[in-house]
Ligand binder design. Structure first.
Ligand code: T1G
Length: 698
């Protein structure tokens, strides 16, 4: 009968004859925290020569998913993971590992340091450190090339992708794929080692198929693909040392790892990792929820068909409503095209696409929404239209059905007032293209019931989206902040910068696309209509108006990509600045008596980011967003903000509240109406708090 010895809270040893089974049990993902690292060393020492083979496996949902990211940025506690893994590899007794779930980062590195690896069917392996601004720092850059060659190793390390067990077996990263429970497989595999049926060898004794040309080409590729990022370059530099003796290669890897650990990019990417999880880790997202077995979507336009596509891809049947057959057919065609695109991108199989389409029920009758659990209205952004629709839904939909609007800035409370059930109403603000963008702003109405709000988060999870709680205001979190800082671009152009200079400066800062290119992509008519709405509603009556140039462009019917002409011309492949825009800019400057000044890239970025941060601070200050991290995630997942910078308020902490106040006060001399110091920022400057501190306060 097996005896079990507990080494510490997370490591135990089971002895069965000549087999010693080391079990790691460190929920939730068996990360190699200090207790795991120390426990592994103590377990090896305890086993000594009492066994002829050692098998390491994990309890719970997965094999080791990596080093404990929560330890990063703190003083490292011995023993280090590389030291532990080197001692395991140097064991005179064969040591094997059994992988289930996901063996990632330090978890795969643990497996690579053992003398053979067995994957349980369905398991995946990966080295995702590059996604955290790091690189495999416990031998992964040295051992994987020795087992699986340079091209595969570079692909896995630079993409951070998860590799299915079958592919890992083909590439030699694992030695066998078996089925069964981890402990049973560990025992069976260990007995096969004893019986000579499973061979073992030390990875350090293997030689990588080194090719300097592959390294050179890969290095050039990563520098071109991500000019801002440090860790991909460091990944290649570390792998390039795999042709040295292991000890030397590990030293190079360690230095590259330390270089990455100290970068703001590592802090930003880890903030993004935990932030994505933190935004739904709130009381409002927990508790009872309502069913989500069938959804109705009203509107087959871009948003309605995108939302429908997202629900169908998540396996939720959708009844799509339009007012006319032509619109309905267009919606179905768009949904079909979206799903075909998902198949061609490898996001879903053709069978799943067919099954998804079979769950789509187009209809021209709103009465067909009588039995759905949730309706998402995605029609034109006019309050009158929405009020009319919600009045009808109130009479059609069953008791307990949730009524949601996809409005991107209108007052959800006013919409709810059109029903007898305001407690069943909320905003679900998707971002276009809705089947691709992961952000979902969940807008809480004054009377929204708790279980309705929690169901919004449950929907986000089912759609694999990042649900962020927002309170009602004009534009909620993202569009409200965008509405503020986008004026800075207009002011910069009026005061002397060119649209292309603004775009180039911000793209060098890390934005995927400059604001004028984004406008051309989205359609300049959208911004034009919003500016006219703001004028009609008398919003910002005393503010400096920056829309003259944009208005004149739109009034010429130049809406950007969709008309082939906007800030840029699109008929010659790559976009080129539209020379007629320069003429418009000169005319407007002359009319306003503006003498153009020059701006450096740094000044453009400072103004843009300071404007974004100041409105973001006000959004946190007045409670529209729960915490700074919620604003950060809105911008990472909805607005293409560079992930390695962590989000606007994580980035703000790298500048500091005191400096931000100084900058805003300096800019206010030019335009005191636009540039105003948020009270929260002034308070933070006075007491030295950071946005990270506010996140902890929750
Ligand atoms: N460290 C600490 N906590 C972690 C963690 C980790 N590595 N991975 C996950 N968690 C927490 C997570 O915050 C959440 O906590 C809970 O576990 C469930 O996670 C030396 C230096 C494994 C695919 O990058 O990709 O090894 O919110 O919600 O959707 O070279 O977690 O419940 O409090 O994501 O089923 C490399 C990161 C680290 C893997 C599971 N490893 N994790 O996904 O659950 S660096 C990674 C994941 C490293 C070495 C280097 C996913 C998952 P809470 P979850 P999931």
């Amino acid at each position: 009968m097996a005896e079990t010895t507990s080494i510490n809270d997370v490591i135990s040893i089971g002895q069965e004859g000549d087999v010693a089974l080391i079990c790691i049990d460190n929920p939730p993902v068996n990360a190699t925290g200090q207790a795991v690292r120390q426990g592994l060393l103590d377990a090896m020492a305890q086993i000594g020569t009492s066994a002829k083979v050692i098998a390491i496996y994990c309890a719970g949902r997965t094999f080791v998913a990596g080093a404990d990211i929560k330890e990063f940025g703190k003083t490292p506690l011995p023993p280090s993971l590389p030291d532990v893994l080197n001692q395991i590899e140097d064991s005179e007794i064969p040591v094997i590992s059994v992988i289930h779930g996901t063996a990632l980062g330090g978890g795969l590195e643990l497996a690579l340091a053992t003398h053979a690896r067995v994957a349980i069917e369905g398991a995946k392996i990966g080295l995702p450190e590059v996604l955290l601004g790091l690189l495999p720092g416990a031998g992964g850059t040295q051992r994987l090339p020795r087992l699986s060659g340079l091209p595969f190793s570079l692909d896995v390390i630079l993409s951070g992708r998860q590799v299915p067990a079958k592919e890992a077996l083909e590439k030699g990263a694992v030695d066998r794929v078996m089925s069964g429970e981890p402990r049973d497989v560990a025992l069976a595999a260990a007995q096969d080692v004893l019986a000579g049926k499973l061979s073992t060898r030390k990875t350090k004794n293997l030689t990588a198929d080194y090719d300097a040309k592959v390294i050179e080409e890969t290095l050039a590729g990563v520098k071109k693909k991500n000019p801002h990022l440090i860790s991909p370059v460091k990944c290649v530099e570390a792998v390039a040392a795999c042709n040295k003796p292991l000890e030397e290669g590990l030293k190079v890897e360690r230095q590259c790892f330390i270089d990455c650990m100290q970068t703001p990019q590592r802090a930003g990417l880890i903030h993004a990792f935990f932030g994505e999880r933190a935004v739904s880790n709130i009381p409002e997202a927990k508790g009872d929820t309502r069913p989500l077995d069938k959804i109705g979507v009203i509107g087959g336009g871009t948003m309605g068909s995108g939302i429908t596509t997202s629900c169908l891809m998540a396996g939720i049947p959708v009844r799509l409503i339009e007012v006319a057959q032509e619109g309905l057919d267009r919606g179905v065609a768009t949904i079909t095209k979206n799903l075909d695109g998902a198949v061609s991108r490898g996001k879903m199989s053709a069978e799943k696409r067919d099954a998804a389409l079979a769950m789509l029920e187009p209809s021209l009758a709103m009465e067909d929404l009588a039995d759905v659990d949730l309706v998402i209205e995605a029609v034109f952004e006019k309050m009158e239209i929405k009020k009319e629709i919600f009045g009808k839904l109130d009479t059609i939909c069953k008791k307990g059905a949730i009524l949601a609007s996809n409005t991107s800035y209108l007052d959800v409370n006013k919409i709810a007032e059109m029903t007898s059930r305001p407690e069943d109403v909320l905003g679900l603000h998707f971002f276009s293209p809705a089947h691709v963008m992961r952000l979902l702003e969940i807008v809480q109405g004054a009377k929204t019931a708790p279980d309705v709000l929690a169901t919004g988060f449950a929907l986000a999870k089912r759609l694999k989206k990042v649900g962020v709680l927002a309170q009602v205001c004009d534009g909620f979190i993202g569009n409200r902040i965008l509405g503020h800082y986008s004026k800075v671009n207009a002011f910069l152009v009026l005061d002397g910068a060119s649209p292309q200079q603004v775009d180039d400066a911000l793209e060098r800062f890390g934005l995927a696309m400059g604001p004028h290119k984004v406008g051309d992509l989205a359609g300049l008519d959208i911004g034009y209509m919003n500016r006219q709405r703001m004028k009609e509603e008398g919003l910002d009556p005393n503010a400096r108006y920056g829309g003259d140039v944009a208005d004149r462009i739109a009034e010429k019917g130049w809406y950007g990509r969709k008309t082939g002409k906007g800030y840029y011309l699109y008929d010659a492949g790559r976009p080129v600045p539209n020379p007629e825009v320069e003429t418009i800019i000169d005319e407007v400057r002359a009319e306003k008596g503006i003498t153009p000044q020059s701006f450096t890239d740094e000044e453009i970025v400072d103004r843009y980011m300071t404007a974004m941060i100041s409105e973001a601070a006000r959004v946190v200050e007045d409670g529209t967003a729960k915490r700074p991290v919620d604003v950060d995630m809105v911008f990472l997942f909805g607005y293409g903000f560079p992930r390695f910078r962590g989000g606007p308020l994580h980035y703000a902490d790298t500048i500091g509240a005191e400096e931000l106040v100084r900058r805003i006060e300096a800019y206010a001399k030019e335009d005191p109406n636009y540039w105003q110091v948020p009270e929260l920022l002034r308070k933070m400057a006075a007491d030295g708090t950071t946005f990270a501190d506010l996140n902890k306060e929750g």
